[in-house]
Design a binder for this molecule. Structure first.
Ligand code: ADE
Length: 221
């Protein structure tokens, strides 16, 4: 998969993509990630990419021209263009699965007050990572890239994500490792029993219990 990220702040991504699983996925060519500064596409003599909003109001709005020209330059018939905005459709694990099957993602990060509305006309999807407002789309883009890359074939063991939280509208069951007792807290007996059927039942019950406690909205789905 190829992912092109359109951003005014490419340096924000470096540490995140140069560590751990994402780095390995890039090194092993499971994913290609390009950071494109759309300021390079502006035709403004002062390199401007934003301007004041029509009708007045606070802040600056990203202009059409640099983003239109940049997207047109890199888009192919295999591309899916995503705009990151707090007003987008809430991002969920199911969307990460869907996007992990695409060949080419173009992710546009906003900054300042937002985008000129007409930029939506060249986007296939608008996505929000949650009901809060960040300073820009860079952190949401990292969230998308991380959640999608781990689902690509060969990046992590497939059995690690079959039981992920949310995969069946249930949260993941609790896990334990050595030692068996820590500061008076014991590992549940059933996990040491070796009885795989019982362990499976226990884990399902615990997933349901945790989902009821923390995310009852998921059980309605
Ligand atoms: N840009 C600023 N806040 C955002 C959010 N919550 N999701 C996506 N893009 C954003």
């Amino acid at each position: 998969m190829k992912i092109d990220i359109l951003t005014l702040f490419p340096d924000m991504f470096r540490g995140v993509f140069e560590e751990s699983i994402i780095k390995r996925a890039i090194d092993e060519k499971k994913v290609e990630i390009n950071l494109i500064n759309f300021r390079d596409y502006t035709k403004d003599p002062h390199n401007k990419v934003d301007d004041t909003p029509y009708g007045g109001g606070a802040g600056m709005v990203l202009m059409c021209q640099p983003i239109f020209d940049c997207v047109r330059d890199i888009k192919t018939e295999d591309s899916k263009v995503i705009m990151l905005t707090p007003g987008g459709v809430p991002y969920r694990q199911e969307k990460a699965y869907q996007l992990s099957h695409e060949k080419h993602l173009i992710i546009i990060c906003g900054h300042y007050e937002g985008f000129d509305e007409r930029i939506k006309s060249i986007c296939d999807e608008e996505i929000s990572i949650g009901d809060y407002v960040l300073t820009g789309g860079e952190i949401p883009a990292m969230v998308l890239v991380d959640s999608i890359t781990r689902l690509l074939p060969g990046v992590i063991r497939e059995d690690s994500f079959i039981e992920d939280s949310f995969s069946q509208n249930l949260l993941d069951y609790p896990t334990y490792t050595k030692p068996r007792e820590y500061e008076g807290m014991e590992v549940p007996e059933v996990l040491i029993s070796g009885d795989h059927k019982k362990i499976e039942e226990y884990r399902l019950q615990e997933s349901i219990r945790l989902t009821k406690e923390n995310r009852p909205d998921l059980l309605d789905k």
